[in-house]
Design a protein around this ligand. Structure first.
Ligand SMILES: [Zn+2]
Length: 171
């Protein structure tokens, strides 16, 4: 038994607890805020120190996962775009249900189905032929929607649509 103790004290590095850390432990033992010794609102921290700890953790997390953060931003941007398009479609007397495919095109560069594609390619005849029974009666509204609310580089000709989609996809 004696032997074991001697060996372990030789092998283990000397305890290095800084004075600051010792103070923190003292606070914790008394049930106070770890950092400032004021009455805590959570298990270990006062309101002010909790804010600071949370902020530092958030920053560390962002440094560690930059891509996740970017993806989350992209998602939020997309949702905002869908909402904006819905409002504009509604204001133009067009069905909101088109917002999603327009947003996917504008945001991700995925070219939409035949009717919408003909529209953004500025192909009136093809759009009229591809339109379903509802959209058939709204070609003027669609034209005015594109003219007023679509980014000008995103529609106008088949070449422009391809270039826009390519540009978005490579991002
Ligand atoms: Zn505190």
């Amino acid at each position: 038994m004696d032997n074991v103790e001697v060996i372990s004290s030789e092998v283990l590095p000397p305890r290095t607890v800084s004075r600051a850390r010792r103070n923190q432990l003292k606070h914790l033992a008394k049930g106070l805020c770890e950092f400032c010794g004021k009455p805590p609102v959570t298990k270990r921290h006062c309101a002010k120190c909790r804010e600071r700890v949370n902020r530092l953790r958030r920053e560390a997390h962002r440094r560690k996962h930059p891509l996740k953060r970017k993806a989350k931003n992209m998602e939020a941007e997309f949702e905002t775009l869908v909402l904006r398009l819905k409002r504009r479609l509604e204001a133009s007397d067009l069905p909101e249900s088109n917002a999603e495919s327009l947003a996917i095109y504008l945001h991700h560069g995925v070219i939409p189905g035949s009717f919408m594609r003909a529209l953004i390619e500025n192909n009136l005849v093809h759009a009229a032929m591809c339109a379903d029974h509802r959209n058939k009666h709204y070609l003027f509204e669609w034209a005015s929607f594109l003219y007023n609310h679509m980014p000008s580089d995103a529609w106008g000709s088949a070449e422009k649509v391809l270039a826009y989609a390519k540009g978005k996809q490579s991002k």
